[in-house]
Design a protein around this ligand. Sequence first.
Ligand SMILES: Cc1cc2nc3c(=O)[nH]c(=O)nc-3n(C[C@H](O)[C@H](O)[C@H](O)COP(=O)(O)OP(=O)(O)OC[C@H]3O[C@@H](n4cnc5c(N)ncnc54)[C@H](O)[C@@H]3O)c2cc1C
Length: 498
Amino acid sequence: MRVAIDMTGNMPPNDSDGSGPRSVAVVGAGITGLVAAWELRRRGVNVVLYEASGHAGGAIRTTHADGFLAEHGPNSFVTSPAVESLLQQLHLEEDVVQANPGAKRRYVVRDGRLVPFPLTPSSMLGTSLLSLRAKLRVLLEPLVRTRRQEGDESVASFVRRRLGHEVLDYAVDPFISGIFAGDPETLSMAHAFPRVAALERRFGSLSKGLMMQRRSLAGGESDGGADSMPGDTKGHLMSSAAPVPARLVSFVDGMQTLTDTLEASLAGTLRLGCPVRLVHRQEARWLVDAGQDGASRSRLVDAVVMATPAHVLAAMELPASMRACAAPIERVEYPSVSTLTLGFRRQDVAHPLDGFGVLIPAAERRSLLGALFSSSLFPSRSPDDCVTITCFVGGARQADRAREDADLLVERVLVDLRQLLGVRGEPVFAKHVFWPRAIPQYTVGYQAVKDAADATERQNPGLYLAGNYRNGVSVGDCIASGQQVAERVVAYLARAGS
Ligand SMILES: Cc1cc2nc3c(=O)[nH]c(=O)nc-3n(C[C@H](O)[C@H](O)[C@H](O)COP(=O)(O)OP(=O)(O)OC[C@H]3O[C@@H](n4cnc5c(N)ncnc54)[C@H](O)[C@@H]3O)c2cc1C
């Protein structure tokens, strides 16, 4: 491997600052790294952003073909004050499209039929999603004793204990698939849904806690937001951070508008096709070695932001102090997921697709994890006489399914769509994307990962970790992660006198 060392550590010209010696390498140009780099540059820091693949955006990517719009990864995201301010700064307000308010309904499959998820207490009483016995069990929730045992608990154990097994199977399990493509038996309640878990600790009951929260919000107080409960219409099916008022949005031309705009505003900063292989401390600075085999370059910088997926750290050459701390981070699980964006002639789909989409509990034993009614949610996702349905397969419990060949996957998914949505014909459009490692799983014991990330940063001054394995998996969480890490880096550079 040829290594040329650029000892100046200087970036190609930054519009905001051509002179200062402060330089930062950001590793990974997903939404987290793009926002971190953009925010650092806005604050006058010299930035170089390394991306292993040939394009920026990471999980965010949009394809346009034959009049259809297909999202490879996220289809929408929930705004927060921080997100709104980013959209403003990027002058993207005009490009934002809000999800169709008429498409709030979420369907859940029970006994092979689509049932609207009850969004209000009164619709909960009338729903056929839960048996009478399960509804009575929900009403008894305030009487359930608080857990005395210390330590982490799975989402499944928490929900079974407080609300009963039927609520777990038909109200919570499908939403876990919608966010994490995960398994409630292994996900940690405290880490995957920290604010819901806190309701029990603080109020002794979820229903009491929700009531108190609603009262304090009505009185003008804010606790900084709450995890959405199943059926909450605010989010990425069930978001982990959604202060009110939040909007569910995308862009006229799809999610990639956001990352394309960030990329364009980072001109001269981004190095595509440049995987970082080595990060080492060199006196008070950091040596970063990046590039394809045979043509790598090293650069000395004052700080490094690692904004890659957690498992990537395992393949890098890192300082011994970091390697020792980082082991739990490298082991974070990311199950495989396949997304299939299918277009049908409108006349070939019996269901009105009048909602957000449909989620399928594991108990229903189907290939599909869930499907979004994408052309009902956002305009211009398909030609006028067609509809788009975005299907998800795989996840923590059926990862092998996600790896199947595209034709077989379409066949399997069509079996479910025919039975559930009355799809008759063949798709007129199909786009398959395989994510070998899709979404990090905040499993029981995840505190070890968070502690490892904190310890890594403490023991390696100037090295920072950011991304969807730290403080939430949603696009909004990643934007916040990028903004926060940039703030911490700027404070470090000021302390270090760079
Ligand atoms: C199928 C799917 C559907 C989703 N749906 C939604 C949704 O509807 N709403 C929502 O809010 N969220 C959704 N999410 C979650 C959200 O999209 C992700 O959590 C988020 O985009 C991750 O961003 P990131 O920047 O942290 O990581 P990534 O997007 O994974 O970016 C990391 C980047 O690092 C690069 N990299 C890796 N190794 C190196 C290296 N050695 N050197 C340099 N670069 C490297 C990678 O190539 C990649 O570009 C979904 C995710 C998936 C996969």
